[in-house]
Design a protein around this ligand. Structure first.
Ligand code: NAD
Length: 359
């Protein structure tokens, strides 16, 4: 298949990857010309922030350990106030998407540079996207101002990520790469990253489910998650992300688990419009892609249906209506009956309905 026309914009970020790389934090702070750092974490991960503060010595000006899910504006304003009153010149965030989100929110308000040490597979550190919550409403925007300058991937920081969270966080990352392959603004560079990412995560997640401290599998998964974050930060997403957004927002379903359940069905819906993509996915997943993704979800011990996640059957119709309310781009046109059927199958934990005849 010949290369199609495309536009590709590289996003500037310095990435350090390996085991024990946290120790390189002081030299990275110095490299930015910074002298006073504010460290960020969740309450549960304050220990990670304290260890980094020790490593930074006098350069560590303070720790804000109040990061929480969905980046509430009130928390961001408190942390920004702390950054201003301490006169810091760099933000160091250690944690998952919630802590990275807080760092981005401070950067949005202050233009301070960010160094991120990710401890999950969410991938936020590679995107210029920020979602902030106020009065129960989450608003997402894209601006280069929030893109972190430096990302230190330290495999050791992920060894204690609980097995269940590792699995669904990894599946959530895979979903970014899968949708990148058929994004409207797809390009061959991001597609190559996406396939490499899916390969790395598909081989490592089942190992992590059995042996969470397996260093080789953790390295593969973190590497895959980095690439998935680049996919999410580079190209637009489609039906799968829209459905998960609707299900998470309107039915209060857990984010990563919902992605894990829905992905095989959303891909099956789009499959007839993606002949070339399905073949490439088959090559990296080692079998029919929709079934392979569902099997991967089972192998990591994730919940198998939206019903298992607590969604009532009566929500299926409503979810289809909301998902179709604001039209958006998708490789296969949005057909109400087929989308309702997709949600019903995900709700019941059925096999994905795979029909690859091109539409
Ligand atoms: P999270 O950051 O909320 O972390 C979940 C819990 O796991 C927290 O209590 C955290 O302290 C703990 N934890 C994280 N890493 C750990 C580790 N290695 N060991 C032990 N405990 C650990 O979860 P998440 O899934 O990483 O992030 C979810 C948030 O990120 C959501 O708000 C989502 O919207 C956002 N997100 C944003 C983007 C973006 O591009 N803006 C991308 C992906 C996710």
């Amino acid at each position: 298949m010949a290369v199609e026309d495309f536009v590709y914009a590289a996003r500037p970020a310095r990435v350090i990857f390996g085991s024990g790389t946290s120790e390189r934090l002081p030299e990275e702070v110095a490299r930015l010309g910074a002298r006073r750092a504010l460290l960020l974490s969740t309450d549960a991960q304050r220990g990670h922030a304290e260890a980094l503060a020790m490593c930074l010595g006098d350069v560590a000006a303070g720790i804000f350990s109040g990061a929480v899910m969905h980046t509430p504006v009130a928390v961001s304003e408190r942390a920004t106030e702390m950054a201003r009153s301490l006169g810091v010149d760099v933000i160091v965030a250690v944690g998952g998407g919630s802590t990275t989100g807080l760092g981005k929110a401070i950067a949005l308000r202050t233009d301070l540079p960010q160094i991120v040490l990710p401890t999950t597979y969410a991938g936020s550190e590679m995107t210029p996207i920020i979602g902030e919550t106020q009065d129960g409403i989450k608003k997402t925007r894209t601006t280069e101002k929030v893109l972190p300058e430096v990302v230190i991937y330290d495999i050791d920081l992920t060894l204690d990520l609980p097995a269940a969270l590792s699995g669904t966080s990894g599946m959530n990352a895979i979903a970014h790469a899968v949708e990148a392959l058929y994004a409207r603004d797809r390009n061959p560079v991001v597609s190559a990253l996406a396939l490499e990412a899916i390969r790395a995560l598909a081989r490592s997640l089942p190992i992590i489910a059995r042996a969470p401290r397996n260093a080789g599998a953790r390295a593969d998964a973190l590497y895959g998650a980095w690439l998935c974050g680049m996919c999410l930060g580079s190209v637009g997403m489609a039906l799968h992300h829209k459905l998960c957004h609707v299900l998470g927002g309107s039915f209060d379903l857990p984010h990563a688990e919902t992605h894990t359940v829905v992905l095989p069905h959303a891909l099956a819906y789009n499959a007839p419009a993606l002949p070339g993509v399905m073949e490439r996915l088959e090559a990296v997943l080692g079998g029919e892609p929709c079934r392979a993704l569902q099997d991967l979800g089972r192998a990591i011990g994730a919940p198998g249906s939206l019903a298992d996640l607590g969604m009532a059957e009566s929500g299926i119709e409503q979810a289809a209506t909301i998902a179709l309310a604001n039209p958006y781009w998708n490789p296969r046109p949005l057909e109400r009956d087929a989308i309702r059927d997709l949600i019903a199958r995900a709700h019941g934990g059925a096999l994905p309905l795979v029909d690859r005849r091109t539409t």
